[in-house]
Design a protein around this ligand. Structure first.
Ligand SMILES: O=C([O-])CC(=O)C(=O)O
Ligand SMILES: [Mg+2]
Length: 619
């Protein structure tokens, strides 16, 4: 079987390291040659050596990281002991992509499309990521917002092969041991949720797992972070969602949420356990925590760990990028706008704070900048004079003005030029509100950022219809193209997926130990600079989703630069060519050769474990 390589050592990838000793012994006795029959045992064959840690036989096909389906060549099939386990036909990855596309298109229901993609990820990882990365516009709405929201709601029904870790409050005191059960030793990024505020859908408890899984798929598809370096986690502390507590399909702890001291100790232990297991620079992304915890935990941990809250900082960054890009339409500087937020939760506060920071760079004082920002929550305008005052988390944006409970009246009175919805109240931007915005200013900026689509404050079409087509619109979830006055507009998706993958790539590539707020402003600027004239022409203040991979790299580059400038990076020496350094670390979703690695070894030579891997043609 291995006749052509009778004078060479064959060693199968991956991870040759632990078997160097064995290879070295064999090298001293060239007649003794080892080939594994199963994953872990060896036997002799004349002439060649295969390192024993290769996964062979059916196990190779069952490992989604190694499996290439019918794309294995005859040589590979023979070498790996999978010949006969596959149909005779050889397919290229491109042919496989076509079949995937046809298969997914056959489904009418998006949840079925989602399930197909989950199954593909479980079966053939490279194919899944290539399909996603090369068809972002088509598949992002399936693996991510909005379909992922539906998947979370139906999680009990669709739960099959688990992905990621579930750590429950009952595991308190043992979290490190649970992390040790995760099979990957090289995790660089953890996205985790406690499921209390899943998108705009509220408390979904352990059903929230779909979110960290989806976010981390984007880490790889949009920023080339290697899948084995990503770990999705759900912290299950119970749920206060009565429907789930009585749902026979519910897969989480069937109890009310644990709160207070016990919850805080649990999160403390979790953070400590992650860095103990994976190192101090492990990126910890908070996702979809409720307001009561999100800002508080960010403040508590931001200077201790490499962490950020995507819903506060990622959302803020993407929204500020949109506002920056919009200045090119409106011809108004950021500091010349009046901002009104609907909702005063973590997203609103994050966006407002970063907008203030951006206005300060234009020359305003912080106070002057804050004076231009108003918020309206469930109890009305954030007025210091209203009954109950301004909630603690939004104190910075309370105003000494007449209380007002009618949102439409507020829009007429305050006359904002930018209206930003983070309320999770679908349809809250009524036609009247939108019409008023059109009266306030020539080019009103209207962001309906709540997710998923059903929670958006208005549709893209409604925004155009009620502002004589003069608005600059963005939404958190995708909307179909708008038709107005015989022209078609493709409005942008102001979703944090433009930001967090790129920031994460920059942070991971430089092993940055803290993520300062400035990085999100830098990311916002980079994103805004990537909006082209062509985007503007079709009404978009965000680049096309198909450009997102390049943008992530640009964001990563700026983040990495900043990490070195501010002494936060711990990869030393500083790479001379930062861009190449980043690009070199990125995941490749094209198939690589699965043949055993061939060493050009001769017995008289000093043994050198130097893999010479044939370069696959398709890279
Ligand atoms: O997941 C998304 O689409 C954006 C996000 O973080 C959220 O809405 O919580
Ligand atoms: Mg989120």
């Amino acid at each position: 079987m291995f006749t052509t390589a009778s004078k060479s050592l064959l060693c199968c990838s991956p991870a040759i390291g632990p078997h160097r000793a064995l290879a070295a012994i064999l090298a001293r006795s060239p007649s003794l040659v080892t080939v594994p029959t199963q994953s872990r045992d060896y036997h002799e064959v004349t002439g060649n050596i295969i390192c024993p840690n290769v996964v062979r036989g059916i196990d190779h096909l069952r490992d989604p990281r190694l499996n290439k389906g019918l794309a294995f060549t005859l040589q590979e099939r023979q070498a790996l002991g999978i010949h006969g386990l596959l149909a005779a036909k050889f397919k290229s990855q491109e042919e496989q992509l076509e079949i995937c596309t046809i298969s997914i298109d056959r489904y009418e229901d998006n949840l079925n499309k989602y399930l197909y993609l989950v199954e593909l990820q479980d079966r053939n990882e490279k194919l899944f990521f290539r399909l996603l990365a090369e068809n972002i516009e088509k598949y992002l709405p399936i693996v991510y917002t909005p379909t992922v929201g539906l998947a979370c709601q139906k999680f009990g029904l669709i739960y099959r092969r688990p992905r990621g870790l579930f750590i429950t409050i009952n595991d308190k005191g043992h979290i490190f041991n649970i992390l040790k059960n995760w099979p990957e030793p090289d995790v660089r990024a953890v996205v985790f949720t406690d499921g209390e505020r899943i998108l705009g859908l509220g408390d979904l408890g352990a059903y929230g797992m779909g979110i960290p899984v989806g976010k981390l798929s984007l880490y790889t598809a949009l920023a080339g972070i290697k899948p084995h370096q990503c770990l999705p986690i759900t912290l299950d502390v119970g749920t206060d969602n009565e429907d789930l507590l009585t749902d026979p399909l519910y897969i989480g702890l069937r109890q009310k949420r644990v709160r207070g001291k016990e919850y805080d100790e649990f999160i403390d232990e979790f953070m400590e356990a992650v860095v103990l297991r994976y190192g101090q620079n492990t990126l910890l992304q908070f996702e979809d925590f409720a307001l009561a915890n999100a800002g508080r935990l960010l403040k508590k941990y931001r200077n201790k760990y490499c962490t950020f809250n995507d819903d506060i900082q990622g959302t803020a960054s993407v929204a500020v990028a949109g506002l920056m890009a919009a200045t090119r339409f409106t011809k108004r500087k950021l500091s010349e706008n009046i901002y009104l937020f609907l909702g005063a939760g973590s997203a609103s506060n994050g966006i407002a704070s970063l907008t203030v920071a951006a206005m300060v760079t234009e020359g305003l004082t912080e106070k002057q900048a804050r004076d231009r920002v108003f918020m309206f929550d469930i109890d009305g305008l954030l007025s210091t004079r209203r009954e109950g005052g301004v909630p603690e988390h939004a104190k910075a944006f309370g105003k000494d003005v007449e209380p007002e409970k009618d949102f439409e009246a507020c829009v007429a009175k305050i006359k904002p030029s930018c209206l930003i919805g983070c309320s999770t109240v679908g349809g809250a931007f009524t036609p009247k509100v939108l019409q008023q915005m059109a009266k306030n200013t020539e080019r009103p900026v209207i962001f309906a950022l709540s997710n998923p689509t059903s929670k958006a404050e208005c549709t893209a079409q409604a925004a155009y219809d009620n502002t004589e087509g003069r608005c600059i619109f963005a939404s958190g979830s995708p909307f179909p193209p708008v038709k107005y006055n015989g022209k078609e507009y493709h409005t942008g998706q102001g979703n944090n997926s433009y930001i967090f993958p790129g920031v994460a790539l920059g942070v991971i590539a430089t092993a940055t130990h803290h993520i300062p707020e400035g990085m999100f402003l830098t990311a916002a600027r980079t994103l805004a600079e990537n909006v082209s004239e062509k985007d503007f022409e079709i009404g978009r203040i965000y680049p096309s989703l198909s450009a997102i991979r390049d943008i992530s790299v640009n964001i990563a580059f700026e983040v990495a630069k900043m990490a070195y400038d501010e002494g936060l990076a711990s990869v030393y020496p500083q790479p001379q060519d930062l861009m190449s350094h980043i690009l070199n670390q990125m995941y490749r979703y094209h198939y690589e050769c699965s043949m055993p690695i061939v060493w050009d070894w001769k017995p008289e030579e000093k043994f050198d474990v130097r893999p010479i891997q044939p370069v696959p043609k398709n890279i």
